[in-house]
Design a protein around this ligand. Structure first.
Ligand code: FE2
Length: 186
């Protein structure tokens, strides 16, 4: 196996998997095989250096992001309105799973994700994410649709747990702020 992930080939494999009838399961297989060699992924994508939602591929039916979490960064509960699968290639990503309860959400589950692990989320999932460690975490997030264009997505205020419309620009801003804290701490 090559020492460096061929990103173009990886995206082709994901697009092909996405055309299968059980598309998310097929994607999970590709993702699991890929992150099973985390050093190869880091070599192909570049060692994570800047926190953010880095787009690797984006179309109407598939989005692939290289998500780099700043140390100790937390992202509030939100939904995607499409299935999503997460594969970790460096660091850790803890997920809390939430469900609607009346006007708010309640935590109903959790997943502590380490390097080489893949975690699928169904279309109606609500999750929040935290990077519990003091270095950058790198994860490939694959979505079964256009992550940037789906209307009517929600996020839940981290203090009151009440729902509001998801603000993607504000989310990007949180990555930018987290990045500044990270830069200052170095
Ligand atoms: Fe998410």
């Amino acid at each position: 196996m090559a020492a460096k992930l061929d990103v173009e080939q990886f995206i082709d494999d994901l697009r092909r998997a996405n055309r299968e009838s059980e598309s998310q399961a097929a994607i999970d297989e590709v993702l699991a095989r890929t992150v099973s060699e985390p050093a190869r992924v880091a070599a192909g994508l570049g060692e994570p250096s800047v926190a953010g939602l880095h787009t690797l591929y984006h179309s109407s039916d598939l989005t692939v992001l290289n998500v780099v979490w700043a140390p100790l960064m937390i992202l509030m509960p939100h939904n995607h309105k499409m299935w999503a699968s997460i594969g970790i290639y460096t660091g850790r990503e803890d997920n809390i799973i939430w469900e609607r309860k009346g006007a708010v959400v309640q935590a109903v589950g959790a997943a502590s994700l380490s390097e080489k692990e893949v975690f699928p989320l169904p279309e109606d999932a609500i999750h929040s994410v935290n990077n519990p460690i003091r270095r950058l975490t790198g994860a490939i997030h694959v979505y079964g649709g256009d992550f940037f264009e789906v209307p009517g997505r929600s996020e839940w205020d981290p203090e009151t747990l009440t729902e509001r419309e998801l603000d993607l620009d504000a989310a990007r801003e949180r990555f930018r702020e987290a990045n500044e804290r990270f830069e200052r701490s170095r």
